[in-house]
Design a protein around this ligand. Structure first.
Ligand code: SF4
Length: 267
């Protein structure tokens, strides 16, 4: 049987914000969304692509280009993630699949999830939720924890700031709830885009009615992705936006807690 192949752009060991315990996060390339605040723009294009080098310059002092993203077979990824088995066991950690959107490479993801389960690893999937339901059906049994993004509950704004409709995302979330999966909702808090009281109230109300969410993580926008846009020679849409203050994050936390939700600032 041919081994599943996929395209990734990074494997990060000792991750502590992508699910419980110490984890290794595998970053898949390709995402159907184009969120204005995306901190991993190198994860959007499904193919390997050129990026300006951080370290290398040509004789005229211009940055040279390198390729980000590479094709790998599942076994190669498993060899890498298996190195930290002892840390996963001691910290109740495991493996997280992130991106980009891992569900855009369903065969590769499914193969990795099965291999992780054979090894006894806890698995988490960091997803936008934007994928056909049959792909969720295919992988659901081998995912222990879903890290599920909710960004905006107004359809027009969702399309404006992410490029896609909200319906499929909400339908898939309801499906995961029906299947009694463990789900943490993640809300990026981007000033003047996602942080309005109205949006937070809409999300709080929607999520609390689902009665299946273990926690809501609110993730303050940061500018760490900005340099990557320059290196990819792509426009950065949020030049004039500054990260939310600690005070504003605490207000949003309280606003969501009023819906009887367990809320955490940060991942
Ligand atoms: S869903 Fe995530 S990876 Fe995709 S564009 Fe949005 S922030 Fe970036």
């Amino acid at each position: 049987m041919k081994e599943a192949k996929g395209i990734i752009f990074d494997i990060k060991r000792f991750a502590v914000h992508d699910g419980p315990g110490i984890r290794t996060t595998v970053f898949f390339k390709g995402c159907p969304l184009k969120c204005w605040w995306c901190a991993n723009p190198e994860g959007q294009n499904p193919d390997p692509e050129e990026i300006l080098s951080l370290f290398n310059q040509d004789s005229e002092g211009n940055c040279t280009k390198e390729i980000i993203g590479r094709e790998v077979v599942a076994k190669e990824v498993m060899n890498e993630v298996s190195k930290d088995r002892v840390f996963y066991e001691e910290s109740e950690g495991g493996i997280t699949f992130s991106g980009g959107e891992p569900l855009l490479q369903p065969v590769f993801l499914s193969s990795l999830l099965s291999l992780c389960k054979e090894e006894g690893f806890h698995t988490a999937l960091d997803t936008s939720g934007y994928a056909p339901k049959d792909i969720f059906e295919e992988i659901i049994d081998n995912v222990d924890l879903f890290l599920y993004d909710l960004k905006l509950l107004n359809e027009e704004e969702h399309i404006k700031y992410t490029g896609v409709s909200l319906d499929l995302i909400l339908a898939n979330l309801r499906y995961l709830c029906k299947k009694k999966k463990e789900i943490i909702i993640r809300i990026p808090i981007v000033p003047s885009i996602t942080d309005s009281s109205e949006n937070i109230n809409q999300i709080g109300s929607f999520v609390s009615k689902l009665n299946c969410i273990s926690r809501v993580d609110i993730l303050p926008f940061n500018k760490m992705g900005e340099a990557k846009y320059r290196r990819l020679e792509k426009p950065y849409m949020l030049n004039n936006i500054t990260p939310p203050s600690e005070g504003r994050m605490n207000e949003i936390k309280k606003q969501l807690e009023a819906f009887d939700l367990n809320v955490k600032i940060g991942g």
